[in-house]
Write a protein that binds this ligand. Structure first.
Ligand code: AMP
Ligand code: GLY
Length: 429
């Protein structure tokens, strides 16, 4: 099989790593890939949002399977374009991807199908209406831009001044671009967050192993939100009774609701949940795998990923083929100085060669580039040091041991990934 992976982050490196282990896979292209992926696949310089460019490449090279990492190509319709040309692909259609691409679409879907979620205060197209609605809300208030905002579209306002400032920035000053023209306000939920990711053909589904990610930049979950500073997987995150409740109140109604709406959902569906005292509530849907959750999830994979994904793409999905390693896994993100704000690039990274053959540890690349034979930083999140072991403690200590031998100027990472203090709840953004 020749496989095309779309994307160039740590999640896509993890996909390439596991696809490469399959005896069925001969060649892998990755668009655009990164400095680490380049050692395991052929990187092709196509922007992941460029559906026309991806389609042209695929028509010429006829990959037997395409796997999509990020949301942008999906929201731009890459899966529809490939299916129309008989190119097997794993990923939801453009309309199905609206579950992530439009928070208002997703909220209306949840309410229509009575799936538990945060109470909606309103959706707004005009700043005057949004401001007037503030008389009726409770603080802290969750305010969300409708469209894709690369993590900047959700704000927790603790009072009316903060809420008015966000309305002004998104709806009057257009600081989030077209994605921020419409807003939605909802109730703030309190509890523990859990990512529940499934792979589905629209009818059958397989839950992946449960994960938690650490969103804030600093230890003890302090400081601004990031794309994710680390994640871990542990079966105990999801006791059977909770799994049963999530299946019955969220997963099954979601699949039934999609079918009832005439939407066939094929691909990964990421369900972001808040486990409140009243039970699980949906915070968000993503039409893809999470990053860095995927790195931790795939570290526990114990079956042929290429076979499962190919079967799905040609409509003979068999969820029973998934096998997972018992135990736990962790991914620790190493980020650039200044991230999640502005950060420098081009800083050389040392210590990687010595880790290449270390058993039980895999260094997955995110924002890296190869300059000659030097690997240098090229993004905010640079590397994800990933390890699976019999226990979470063991996975965590192995991964941190590996982290201690990697260096680049300004490197920052959290010291509490995979621990309870790392999940501490800190109020506000
Ligand atoms: P979203 O992009 O909708 O997932 O929101 C990003 C993050 O904001 C979530 O992962 C939560 O940490 C937080 N969040 C979103 N909605 C709510 C809510 N209703 N209550 C509390 N936190 C929320
Ligand atoms: N780590 C959260 C996400 O991928 O959306």
């Amino acid at each position: 099989m020749n496989v095309l992976v779309i994307g160039g982050g740590g999640r896509e490196h993890a996909l390439v790593w596991k696809l490469r282990e399959s005896p069925r896979v001969e060649k892998i292209w990755c668009a655009p890939g990164n400095g680490g992926i380049a050692a395991e696949a052929e990187c092709v310089a196509i922007d992941p949002g460029d559906v026309a460019g991806l389609t042209t490449f695929a028509e010429k090279n006829r990959p037997d399977l395409t796997v999509v990492g990020p949301e942008l190509p999906l929201v731009n319709g890459v899966a529809d374009a490939f299916r129309a040309r008989n190119l097997p692909i794993v990923g939801p259609s453009q309309i199905a991807s609206q579950l992530e691409g439009s928070k208002i679409f997703s909220k209306e879907f949840l309410l229509r199908h009575k799936i538990p979620t945060a109470k909606l205060f309103g959706t707004f197209e005009y700043p005057e209406d949004a401001a007037a609605a503030l008389k009726e809300v409770q603080y802290p208030l969750v305010m969300k831009a409708d469209g894709l905002c690369a993590g900047k579209g959700v704000v927790l306002a603790t009072n009316e001044d903060e809420a008015l400032a966000f309305i002004d920035s998104a709806m009057r000053k257009n600081e989030l671009g077209p994605a921020g023209r419409k807003l939605m306000f909802e109730e703030t939920l309190v509890g523990e967050e859990l990512s529940f990711i499934i792979l589905t053909d629209g009818e059958k589904y397989a839950p992946l192993v449960p994960t938690r990610d650490h969103k804030r930049i600093f230890d003890e979950n302090r400081g601004p939100n990031t794309g994710g500073m680390g994640a871990f997987s542990l079966d105990e995150l999801l006791p059977n009774s909770l799994r049963e409740t999530i299946t019955r109140t969220v997963v099954e109604p979601t699949l039934r609701g999609l079918a009832a709406d005439g939407i066939r959902y094929q691909g990964f569906l990421y369900i972001g949940l808040m486990i409140t005292s009243g039970g699980p509530r949906v915070l968000e849907f993503n039409c893809r795998l999470g990053d860095p959750e995927t790195q931790a999830i795939l570290a526990r994979l114990d079956c042929d990923l290429a076979e499962i994904l190919y079967d799905l793409a040609v409509r003979r999905f068999d969820p029973a083929k998934f096998r997972w390693k018992a135990g736990a896994s962790v991914c620790i993100v190493l980020a650039s100085e200044g991230y999640p704000g502005k950060y420098p690039t081009g800083r050389p990274i040392s210590g990687l060669t010595a880790l290449a053959d270390k058993t039980g540890v895999k260094v997955l690349h995110a924002g890296t580039r190869l300059f000659g034979d030097v690997i240098a930083t090229s993004g905010g999140r640079v590397l994800g040091v990933t390890s699976a072991a019999a226990t979470l403690d063991e996975a965590v200590s192995r991964a941190y041991e590996a982290v201690s031998s990697i260096r680049f100027d300004g490197m920052q990472f959290r010291h509490d990934i995979g621990t309870q203090t790392g999940l501490a709840h800190s109020a506000g953004n």
